[in-house]
Design a protein around this ligand. Structure first.
Ligand SMILES: *Cc1c(COP(=O)(O)O)cnc(C)c1O
Length: 404
């Protein structure tokens, strides 16, 4: 007899570093999911801003099947056509001249930080090693990226951390001025903090970082792992602001659900990544690149990007309507289809309590820290699913309020 996996199997067989919800989705189509019992859910979580075209979008399925029957993997001993096409597509559509491909956001940031350090050594000397990052930021779970990240709970308890890392306050340029100097190698920033609570960067703050980097010959790294590939309503959020970084990292929505990451850089900076300085066996994997190329080409069109902005307005209207009735939110914020609703004082720290209630009502959502309900749905979520998902969210919130 074949074994039907259950949630208990997670506790038996999987490393205990996650605490997944009780239901196990088995099938997805567009913005709907079905679990083992055949119950249906609307998906506002989008695999944490990954499923940019929902589940099993025909364009991505087609790219996967087509490439899956041709060539999957070679390693970087050879190059391959999908990787070259993806790199060209990213260069053609952004500030960047060069692309390094990898398989995750953390890996893209690891490459960005190593490149920044190497560039500084090449052009200025070993003393220029300080990396400035921000409290509450999130850049991945490798030991370098998690140490650069601004949430000590993730980096502490693993022994000595890599050095030369400084943290400033997000959206507070003065706090950066206190740390920046000629020993600054790079400033790494999310144009909008994702894991840190869906906090958009202020225009003058991000412009100030660009200016400080120029003044001190430091590199500006935009971590767009969560904000990138249409999420913000532009292909990348740096375009919303009109502020150009030297290095940009991308993952999550880039593969629409297939693991892929990319580090984009100008020629002047990328030159330091000479043969042998860095690598990744899976980086530029043909299957991953083919799917990512299909996602980028589909998303970077006026129809899809305008659709993201329109859906943003719809999300905001629905959340405001819910809030007028129930007063659970203090602020509704975000860009494009990366939205956060901060809990009001009476419900401080209760965002996580909404998630299991929402699941019972047939809705998948997310949090960003204990105090912010987060939504990162498909960029092409049908408007009817937004309305139905919001009706389910409202029922979950009614239950939260009733139990208070
Ligand atoms: C998710 C995320 C990462 C890490 O990406 P992984 O694919 O989990 O390694 C890095 N930076 C930001 C801004 C993220 O949201």
């Amino acid at each position: 007899m074949s074994h039907t996996p259950s949630r208990q199997d997670f506790d038996h067989y999987m490393a205990p570093n996650y605490a997944p919800q009780q239901v196990i989705p088995v099938r997805g189509e567009s913005s709907r999911l079905w679990d083992q019992q055949g119950r249906e859910y609307i998906d506002f979580a989008g695999g944490i801003a990954v499923n940019s075209l929902g589940h099993c979008h025909p364009v991505l399925v087609e790219a996967l099947k087509d490439q899956g029957e041709k060539l999957w993997h070679l390693s970087n001993v050879f190059t391959n056509e999908p990787a070259l096409n993806l790199a060209k597509a990213l260069v053609d559509r952004t500030f960047a001249d060069k692309v390094f491909l990898c398989s995750s956001g953390g890996e893209a940031n690891e490459a960005a930080l190593k490149l920044a350090r190497r560039w500084a050594v090449d052009h200025h000397g070993e003393h220029k090693d300080k990396i400035i990052s921000f409290y509450q930021s999130f850049h991945g779970r490798t030991f370098f990226t998690v140490s650069v990240g601004g949430q000590p709970k993730y980096s502490q308890g693993f022994g000595p951390v890599p050095g030369g890392i400084l943290h400033a306050d997000y959206n507070d340029l003065e706090s950066v001025r206190k740390l920046v100097g000629d020993d600054t190698c790079a400033i790494i920033v999310e144009p909008m903090q994702g894991e840190g609570g869906i906090v958009p960067g202020k225009q003058d703050f991000l412009q100030g970082l660009r200016d400080l980097c120029d003044e001190h010959n430091a590199l500006l790294i935009f971590d767009e792992v969560q904000t990138g590939v249409g999420r913000s309503g532009e292909l990348y959020a740096y375009k919303n602001y009109g502020i150009t970084p030297d290095i940009l990292t991308s993952a999550k929505s880039l593969g629409g659900g297939f693991p892929v990451g990319a580090m984009l850089a100008t020629d002047a900076v990328a030159k330091s990544l000479v043969i042998g300085t860095h690598g990744s066996t899976y980086g530029g994997n043909a299957l991953a690149s083919a799917v990512a190329l299909a996602a980028v080409e589909f998303i970077d069109t006026p129809e899809v990007l305008e659709g993201v902005k329109k859906r943003h307005d719809l999300f905001r209207e629905h959340l405001e309507t819910i809030n007028r009735k129930h007063g659970v939110f203090k602020e509704i914020r975000g860009m494009g289809l990366l939205m956060g609703a901060q809990m009001s004082d009476a419900y401080e720290g209760r965002a996580k309590d909404i998630l299991p209630l929402a699941i019972e009502e047939g809705l998948m959502a997310l949090i960003a820290g204990p105090n912010v309900l987060r939504m990162a749905p498909s960029l092409v979520i049908p408007e009817a699913d937004i309305a139905e998902g919001m009706a389910r969210l409202e029922r979950a919130i009614e239950r939260l309020v009733a139990a208070a």
